[in-house]
Design a protein around this ligand. Structure first.
Ligand code: NI
Length: 167
């Protein structure tokens, strides 16, 4: 397993939609292992493949309580098949750095996909699990949480990173 560099905004790869995995081969298995290790090392609670430069539809996450970790969940080709309710949650992202903001999301989602053995799975979630599922699937569609906040708040973030880049 290897710890991979995590791409940061405004890296253009983060804006690219990822393509579905057609075969869960050794390369994809290795990607899953590396993503899992990279996520824990960051540390983060979720990671999408394009955050480490691989444009495959693969996400990993672990929202279990600290004492139960590690309990990584992998979804290949995740897809939201049902969603309801509304919730606001303060989000951050390993690709966005030192910035967090409230984002409006669906309160409950059902996601279908494949596990790493290629078996179909379905995960129904609310609370943090629902947020993480939507946040990571957004990544696969080339979308960051800062794309879902107000223009005013995004402006604050833009000025913040411009300052950091000048340093
Ligand atoms: Ni993220």
């Amino acid at each position: 397993m290897a710890i991979l560099p995590i791409l940061k905004y405004p890296d253009p790869v983060l804006k690219q939609p990822s393509v579905p995995v057609e075969e869960i081969n050794d390369e994809v298995q290795k990607l899953i292992d590396d993503m899992t290790e990279t996520m824990y090392q960051a540390p983060g609670i979720g990671l999408a493949a394009n955050q480490v430069g691989a444009l495959h539809r693969v996400i990993v996450f672990d929202v279990s309580p600290p004492e139960e970790r590690p309990k990584p969940v992998v979804i290949v080709n995740p897809k939201i098949i049902a969603a309801e309710g509304e919730v606001k949650y303060t989000e951050a992202c390993l690709s966005v750095g030192d910035f967090s903001s409230e984002v409006r999301r669906k309160a409950r989602v059902t996601v279908s996909g494949l596990d790493r053995q290629g078996h179909p799975l379905e995960i129904e979630g609310e609370g943090l699990l629902a947020i993480v599922l939507q946040h990571e699937i957004d990544h696969l569609d080339g979308r960051l949480f800062i794309d879902r906040i107000s223009r005013l708040k995004r402006g604050l973030y833009m000025r913040q990173i411009q300052k950091q880049m000048k340093k």
